[in-house]
Design a protein around this ligand. Structure first.
Ligand code: PMP
Length: 306
């Protein structure tokens, strides 16, 4: 299926091999693009595909465009319609991930403001099953997370992922599954493509949005679910590196990853090395939420087939 996918490109629906861009465009040369990674979950009973937190993704996409000084070209309704149209054109009846990217097209330079183009690319991606997973082994990266004074982590711009790439490549080459980056204050920030939580004495702790992190939609969802559905206290505060060695649980989260347990940091086993009970409970509650099984949160879902 993935090779025959249809892609939305500037209002046209085209086979993936025909969805091409100019090699000289600033997106191609300098990573001048902002994007979102959006999940949609298939409901077999209802024969319906539900996208999760579309409004929040488009709000962040527009914020990225504003910070990146792109013209505010698309309305939320246009952004949403493009996604729905391309998913319908592909007739997906399974879990998918959608990449929606607004980019600087044309023949300009790294400082061009336009012309602005957009593509929307869905791909099949099934949901995670925590029972089948083992925790990841992570290292603290020798690479520092980008900061708001150089490349803001709040802008979800393609070029930011060079920082993620350096950290992830180093981690893999050294035998780890992934990396956790420190910010320019030496405090924990996030993973290469995910936010981080730890559990200490039954409390959930996560770095604040000013700790050089992306303002993650999954992080916000987990904070709300923990407080309102699970009666777990959530604390947003700086986290020291060594707290990862002595805490009870560590997990990473993101739209693509969902919840990913971390069982080892820098070669030090987290608790007994098993996936912790709070991480499991959060995974379960999160998956129920994104698949519409928690009535209170169906407001976060948008049906695709109407
Ligand atoms: N941090 C980074 C650097 C990311 O790329 C992502 C994935 N978009 C996240 C955190 C998680 O963000 P979200 O929960 O909105 O997917």
């Amino acid at each position: 299926m993935s090779d025959n996918r249809l892609i939305w490109l500037n209002g046209n629906i085209v086979p993936v091999n025909e969805a091409t861009i100019n090699v000289l465009s600033p997106t191609s040369q300098f990573g001048a693009n902002v994007f979102e990674g959006i999940r949609c979950y298939w409901d077999e009973e209802e024969q319906q595909l539900y996208s999760f937190k579309l409004e929040e993704h488009y709000k962040r996409l527009k914020n990225s465009m504003k910070m990146f000084r792109m013209e505010d070209k698309y309305t939320i309704d246009e952004l949403k319609k493009g996604l729905i149209d391309i998913v319908l054109a592909n007739n997906y009846r399974e879990d998918i991930a959608v990449r929606q990217t607004v980019f600087i097209d044309g023949f300009g330079s790294w400082m061009s403001k336009g012309p602005i183009s957009m593509f929307i690319a869905p791909i099949a991606k099934s949901r995670s099953d925590i029972e089948k997973k083992t925790g990841m082994k992570c290292c603290i990266s020798s690479w520092e997370r980008i900061s708001d004074r150089n490349l803001s982590p709040k802008v979800k711009v393609g070029a930011n992922y060079i920082n993620s790439r350096m950290a992830q490549m180093e981690a893999l080459e050294n035998g780890y599954d992934s990396a956790i980056l420190l910010n320019n204050q030496g405090k924990i920030s996030e993973g290469p493509g995910s936010c981080l939580f730890i559990v200490r004495d039954g409390k959930l702790i996560t770095p604040p949005v000013t700790a050089s992190i992306l303002e993650s939609i999954t992080r916000d969802t987990i904070i709300e679910l923990a407080k309102n559905e699970m009666e777990i206290e959530v604390i947003e505060r700086e986290i020291d590196r060594t707290e990862l060695y002595i805490c009870d649980e560590v997990f990473l989260c993101g739209s693509a990853m969902e919840i990913g347990a971390v069982s080892n940091v820098d070669g030090i086993v987290v608790s007994n090395g098993e996936i912790g009970s709070i991480t499991k409970k959060i995974h379960e509650t999160y998956m129920k939420t994104v698949t519409g099984k928690l009535g209170n949160y169906r407001k976060w879902l948008t049906p695709i087939y109407v």
